[in-house]
Design a binder for this molecule. Structure first.
Ligand code: NAI
Length: 359
C-alpha cells in the first residue's frame, strides 16, 4: 500500500457547485475512487503551514507527494530530510520551485510536473495582461463602475501595442507561445532572452531576435514579460538595479513566479513612473498577505496595476489537463512504467532538464 499525500487549495462553495474544479481539496484531482480501488491511502488537505499542518504531519511517512503551484506546499530541505519514505513529488501543473530541487537530487526523490498542461492558459493571460496595461484598461473599467466618464483621464496613458518592442525573459513553452500570439499585433520587434536558443526555424517563424545581455535586452523593450522558472539564477532577477535599465515608462508582466521580481523594487518603480504598469498573477508568498504592496500600488496617474490571484494556469480547461496528467504520472509510478521524459524535472539523483538553471 502506498501513501499519497496531496496538498491543494480549498475550493469551498465553488468546488461543491463545479465538479470541474478538479484541483481543489473537495474534488481531489478526481483520483480517490481509482486510488482506493487499488488499495492505496490518499490524504488530501490544504493545511500546509507550520509543524501542526497536515502537510508537515503526513510528509514524514508519505511515499508520494502531489502539490500544486497555486497553493504551494513548500517542501524545504528540512522537510525533505524528515520525509523518510518519500520517493516522488508530482506537481499538478507546471513550476516545481516550491520543492527544494537540490535537496530532492541529494535524497534521490524524483520530481515531475505535467509539462505543457497549462502553457496555453498562461500565454493567453500574458497577452491579455500586456493589452490591459498598454491600453490602460483597469482604470477605465473602474471609472465606469464609479459612475464617472472622463475619456481624457484614461486616454492620456493609453497606447496601441502595434509598433512596440516586446521581449520575453524565457522562451520555453510559455514564452514561445506568447511570441506566437503576439505576431499578428505587428509589434515593432519581438525579442527574447534565454540561455537556450530557439531552434532557428522556430525563431524565424515568430521573427524573434535573441539578445544575450539582460540589461541591453530590457533597455530595448517597451514591454517585458517574464516566462522563466524560479531557480537560483532567476530569484530577484528583476531588481532595483535592472529596473534602472528598463525604458522609462515600460510595462512589466510576470506570470512566472513572484520571487523573480523584487517586490519592493517593482512597487517603487511603478510608483515613480519608471514602470507604467505591472501585471501578473504570481506572488512571492501565496496566498499573498492582505497588505501586500502589489495589491494596490499604482503609477503616478493612478493606474498600471493588473494584479490578480494566481489563476492563469488553473482555468477549467487547464485543470482537466493537469489532473489527468498528474494521474498518469502516478499510474506510471505505481505500475513501474517509464515516465514521459518531458515531465521529469529531477530524476533519481540528477536534474533531467536545463530549464531550472544552467548547471
Ligand atoms: P519551460 O521549461 O518550457 O521554459 C522555461 C524557459 O526558461 C526555458 O527555455 C529556459 O531555458 C528558460 N530559462 C531558465 N532560466 C532562465 C534565465 N535565467 N534567463 C532566461 N531564461 C531562462 O517552462 P514553461 O512551461 O514555459 O513555464 C515557465 C514557468 O512559468 C514555470 O516554471 C512556472 O514557474 C511558470 N508558470 C506559471 C503558471 C501560472 O499559472 N502563473 C502556470 C504554468 C507555469
Amino acid at each position: 500500500m502506498v501513501k499519497v499525500l496531496v496538498i491543494l487549495y480549498n475550493g469551498g462553495q465553488a468546488a461543491r457547485e463545479e465538479p470541474r474544479l478538479l484541483g481543489t481539496v473537495e474534488n481531489e484531482l478526481g483520483i480517490r475512487p481509482w486510488l482506493e480501488s487499488l488499495g492505496h491511502e490518499l490524504v488530501v488537505s490544504s493545511s500546509k503551514e507550520g509543524p501542526d499542518s497536515d502537510f508537515q504531519k503526513h510528509i514524514v511517512d508519505a511515499e508520494v507527494l502531489i502539490t500544486t503551484p497555486f497553493h504551494p506546499g513548500y517542501l524545504t530541505r528540512d522537510l525533505v530530510e524528515k520525509a523518510k519514505n518519500l520517493k516522488i513529488c508530482i506537481t499538478a501543473g507546471v513550476g516545481s520551485d516550491h520543492i527544494d530541487l537540490n535537496a530532492a537530487v541529494d535524497h534521490k526523490i524524483q520530481v515531475l510536473e505535467v509539462s505543457g498542461s497549462n502553457v496555453v492558459s498562461v500565454a493567453e493571460h500574458v497577452v491579455m495582461s500586456i493589452l490591459l496595461l498598454v491600453r490602460n484598461f483597469v482604470p477605465a473599467h473602474e471609472m465606469i463602475e464609479r459612475g464617472d466618464w472622463q475619456v481624457s483621464d484614461i486616454a492620456r496613458n493609453a497606447y496601441d501595442l502595434e509598433n512596440k518592442v516586446v521581449g520575453t525573459i524565457g522562451a520555453g513553452r510559455i514564452g514561445y507561445r506568447v511570441l506566437q500570439r503576439l505576431l499578428p499585433f505587428d509589434c515593432k520587434e519581438l525579442l527574447y532572452y534565454d540561455y537556450a536558443p530557439l531552434p532557428p526555424a522556430a525563431a524565424e517563424a515568430v521573427k524573434a531576435r535573441k539578445v544575450d545581455d539582460l540589461k541591453e535586452f530590457v533597455s530595448q523593450c517597451d514591454v517585458v514579460t517574464v516566462n522563466a522558472p524560479l531557480h537560483e539564477g532567476t530569484r530577484g532577477l528583476v531588481n532595483a538595479e535592472l529596473l534602472k535599465h528598463f525604458k522609462k515608462g515600460a510595462w512589466l508582466v510576470n506570470t512566472a513566479r513572484g520571487a523573480i521580481c523584487d517586490k519592493d523594487a517593482v512597487a517603487a518603480a511603478l510608483k515613480s513612473g519608471q514602470l507604467s504598469g505591472y501585471s501578473g498573477d504570481v506572488w512571492n508568498v501565496q496566498p499573498a498577505p492582505r497588505d501586500h504592496v502589489w495589491r494596490t500600488v499604482k503609477n503616478p496617474l493612478g493606474g498600471g496595476n493588473g494584479m490578480v490571484p494566481h489563476y492563469s494556469g488553473t482555468t477549467l480547461d487547464a485543470q482537466a489537463r493537469y489532473a489527468d496528467g498528474a494521474k498518469k504520472i502516478l499510474e506510471n509510478y505505481l505500475s513501474g512504467k517509464p515516465q514521459e521524459p518531458g515531465n521529469v524535472i529531477v530524476g533519481i539523483g540528477k536534474y533531467e532538464t536545463s530549464a531550472y538553471g544552467k548547471r
